[in-house]
Structures are given as C-alpha cells and as structure tokens.
Ligand binder design. Structure first.
Ligand code: HEM
Length: 241
C-alpha cells in the first residue's frame, strides 16, 4: 500500500501551546475555505488557456462568457480578490508564527509550499499586468495580449507562463485534497499517495501547455500580435517593439 502523502495538517497544531494551536487551526480552516473558493476561478481561468488550442474564436468566446462571472464586481471581489488576499494573508501569518517548524517534509507537501511561494511572488505582477490595463485604460486583454508577450520577450514569457500554469495547477489540486482533509472529508487513497493525482495534474498541465503554444502560432496561424490594443498599450508604455 502506498505511503499516504496527504494527511490533515491539523494534528501538527498539537505540537504548539494551547493558544497557538487554536489559532493555527483557525488559520488552517480559513486557508482551506479561501483556497477552495479561489480554486474555482483558477480552474475556469486555466481552462481558458487550454481552450486556445481549439482556435482564437473558441478562446475569445470562452473568455467573454467567463468574464461575466470573474469580472462581475461581486465575482471579482468575492470569488477572486478577497479569497486570494485572505489565502495569502493566512499563509504569511502561519509562516511568521512558526516558520517551517513541525511542517510535513513529504515530497507533495514540500512541492505545495514551493509552488505557494512562487505564486506569492508572481501573482501581484500577473494581476497588475493583465487586469491593470483594462481597469486603468479600458484595454481588452484578449488572445492578442498573450501572443504579443510571446513575440515581445519569448525567452521570458514562455517559461514564465508555463511555470505559472504548472505551479497554479499543482498548488490548486493538491490544496483541494489538503482542504478536504481539513474539513474531515475522506480523500481516496489513489489521490492521497497513488499515481492518480500525478496523472490528473500532468493531464491538465499538458492541456494548458498545448494551449500556450497556440498563442505563439505553433498550432495555427494567429492574428498579427502587434495589431491589438494591448500591444499598442505596452509599446507606448515600455517603448518596446
Ligand atoms: C497559463 C498561464 C496563465 C495565463 C496565460 C494567464 C493569462 C491571464 C490573462 C490573459 C488575464 C486577463 C483575463 C481577462 O481580462 O479576461 C489573466 C488574469 C488573471 N490571472 Fe492569469 N494566467 C495564467 C495563470 C494564472 C494562474 C495560475 C493564476 C492564479 C494562481 C492566475 C490568476 C489571475 C488573476 C487573479 C487574474 C485577474 C482576473 C480578473 O480580475 O480579471 N493566472 N491571466
């Protein structure tokens, strides 16, 4: 029987004094709830990237439909921004109090922390670069925006978006299992320690990476990456090509 990788982190709180253990448990629950809500947005969002493999129109149709939910003021605040800030805040509070003391050292837990640190570092810049232009200047951040970034700085943006997708999927899928155990739900053994988790992650990651290739024109001919509002906005802002 494979060694279970996913265990509820609640028992770790027992190594702390009574007050700290209570607040650790509370923070874990807050993290599990906020992370589960933000995961809904992440899955919808990464599915959009994967759908780019089916064509520019499929990507844009899906994006316009999904924006009705994630750019609606209530959706953007309640299902995206607030859960993201609360989730990151709870992670920082837990780190500041106990650092890595007593934390699970298994591979899946280590990767969960590493992907979390990576996302924590890049997420502010990602949101500013993608949502900022539309909020500040009414610029549409559509298919052409990603095509333009790949043309502008391919050596930076291909690895960056690939890492963002792999880390987001890993942290989200593994996090959902940790959250399930925090809520006291039974996680099937195949997902806790068996290959099913890795198959699910690799399948989803593969689909998103294939979608990324589409923006650069590797799957079909794409519209001129410089002929869109986002490209014009960035060229003016950075003096780039
Ligand atoms: C394949 C990798 C990714 C690509 C190509 C990508 C691309 C984009 C684009 C184009 C937008 C603008 C969306 C719009 O205007 O409709 C956006 C927004 C955003 N992305 Fe990503 N993204 C990726 C991964 C991620 C991941 C992994 C996360 C979270 C962990 C994330 C979080 C966000 C957030 C919070 C917004 C702002 C949403 C809003 O308020 O409109 N992205 N991204």
């Amino acid at each position: 029987m494979p060694d279970p990788e996913i265990r509820s982190p609640l028992p770790i709180a027992r190594s702390l004094d009574a007050g700290s253990a209570r607040s650790e448990r509370r923070l874990l629950r807050v993290q599990a709830i906020s992370g589960s809500i933000f995961l809904l947005f992440t899955l919808v969002h990464l599915a959009n990237t994967g759908i780019a493999a089916l064509g520019v129109e499929a990507y844009s149709d899906y994006q316009h439909a999904a924006r009705r939910f994630y750019q609606h003021p209530l959706g953007e605040l309640g299902l995206m921004a607030a859960p993201l800030v609360v989730h990151a805040g709870a992670a920082i509070a837990r780190l500041r109090r106990s650092g890595l003391r007593g934390r699970n050292r298994r591979l899946r837990s280590r990767l969960h922390r590493l992907s979390g640190y990576f996302l924590l570092v890049v997420i502010g810049g990602h949101v500013a670069a993608t949502r900022g232009p539309s909020l500040l200047a009414g610029v549409d951040v559509g298919f052409g925006a990603i095509s333009y970034t790949f043309l502008w700085m391919p050596y930076w943006f291909y690895p960056y978006y690939t890492a963002l997708a792999l880390a987001g999927l890993y942290h989200g899928l593994n996090g959902a299992l940790v959250a399930a155990s925090v809520f006291g739900l039974r996680v099937p053994q195949a997902l806790r320690g068996g290959p099913a988790f890795w198959l699910a992650w690799a399948g989803a990651a593969g689909a998103v990476v294939i979608g990324l290739l589409a923006f650069g024109g590797a799957l079909y001919a794409v519209p001129d990456p410089r002929a869109n509002d986002y490209a014009r906005f960035m060229i003016e802002l950075t003096g780039g090509r």
